[in-house]
Design a protein around this ligand. Structure first.
Ligand SMILES: NC(=O)c1ccc[n+]([C@@H]2O[C@H](COP(=O)([O-])OP(=O)(O)OC[C@H]3O[C@@H](n4cnc5c(N)ncnc54)[C@H](OP(=O)(O)O)[C@@H]3O)[C@@H](O)[C@H]2O)c1
Length: 329
């Protein structure tokens, strides 16, 4: 099978194709033929070794000294079950599934084994492989942050960076919970963010959310430009600041804000819980969450797909199709 391998840290040219044997599923695993995956901000960070401030010294020991220890990137997939291990009971060959491998990566190859009890579920029938592949990264991130924040109906939520993968999930999932959403993005994406459920959209070039009169119960920062000192005046008493993107000092100091003020600051890596994937499936089936797709590339265009993510201004997810997945099955 064909696999895209990250040979060292650097620009998209470090990605090369190689032939690998098709893996054999263990007793508790399914062998999935990957039909679609995404190039996420996590793939860009790992490939280019671009980490938020303070994480630099930890990067190579954690990820690999000269190249990623897991050279096949890709955190999410949609595809077809080709084979199952002897102990698998919930899936069978022919099932269409989507999965979030998260920090385990390994989706940029034609076949991937996933454990039955990991983050894998039947593909929602109303989504294409391209859409299903893009369900998990932003969706699981925001389910985890909103769970930690205790988001509830009626909350006033501000999403800074509302047009990215995480931002478009943040808007849709908050709206579905009955929150009132304000999005901050480029003017050209304002219409999209409104259709996702934002009642108000601020143009990031001309409107500063800290100058708005309305206080917010929850502020989601996917950009890294909304530290607590900046948000405090517009965060309601008891409000939560969700630093999806945070520096190491911000992450370590997050609990301190709770002791010094009546705000909660929540930061750090998301927990990769299999239950999120089942929640996302239900939300997709109900029409409450549909991933936004920035662009679609063939597998042989994987370098171009990475280059698109490197630009830092994608609107939703960058999808890579493998095999003949161009059909909207
Ligand atoms: N804590 C975690 O476990 C976790 C999980 C997932 C992601 N993340 C991090 O979260 C960040 C966002 O991820 P993503 O996948 O959503 O990235 P993305 O799709 O690239 O989205 C980033 C968005 O930020 C917008 N943006 C850039 N500068 C802005 C500004 N000054 N004001 C408002 N918006 C601005 C960009 O849109 P425009 O430039 O077009 O406005 C883009 O849509 C990444 O840094 C990622 O590493 C963390």
């Amino acid at each position: 099978m064909k696999a895209a391998i990250c040979t060292r840290y650097g620009d998209p040219r470090v990605l090369v194709f190689t032939d690998r044997p098709i893996p054999t599923p263990k007793a508790n695993e399914l062998l999935v033929r990957v039909r679609a995956s995404t190039v996420s901000s996590a793939d860009w960070r790992i490939r280019s070794l671009t980490l938020p401030r303070g994480f630099g010294p930890l990067a190579r020991p954690a990820l690999g000294l000269f190249a990623p220890r897991q050279p096949v990137l890709g955190t999410e997939l949609s595809g077809e079950v080709m084979d199952v291990g002897s102990a698998v009971t919930r899936f069978k060959p022919g099932d269409l599934v989507f999965a979030f491998t998260g920090s385990g990566l390994g989706c940029h190859q034609e076949y991937r084994c996933v454990a039955e009890d990991s983050a894998v579920a039947l593909k929602p029938h109303n989504l294409s492989h391209a859409q299903a592949a893009a369900l998990s990264f932003g969706g699981a991130t925001m389910l985890d942050f909103y769970r930690r924040a205790g988001l509830k109906a009626g909350d006033r939520v501000l999403v800074n960076g509302a047009s990215g993968t995480v931002g478009t999930a943040a808007v849709q999932l908050a709206r579905h919970r009955g929150a009132h959403v304000t999005g901050v993005c480029r003017r050209q994406h304002a219409g999209l963010v409104r259709t996702l459920g934002a009642e108000r959209v601020l143009d990031r070039a001309t409107e500063d959310f800290v100058c708005t009169e309305a206080p917010f119960d929850v502020i989601v920062d996917t950009v890294g430009s909304a530290p607590h000192a900046r948000c405090a005046p517009v965060l309601s008493p008891g409000g939560s600041l969700l630093l999806v993107l945070s520096s190491l000092p911000q992450m370590l100091l997050a609990p301190w804000h709770g002791w010094r003020s009546d705000h909660r600051v929540i930061a750090g890596p998301v927990k990769e819980r299999p239950e999120y994937i089942h929640n996302l499936r239900e939300l997709a089936l109900a029409g409450a969450f549909t991933p936004v797709i920035d662009s679609t590339w063939s597998f042989r265009q994987i370098r171009q797909a990475h280059a698109r993510v490197d630009q830092g201004s994608k609107c939703g997810s960058v999808v890579v199709l493998l095999g003949d997945a161009d059909d909207p099955a």
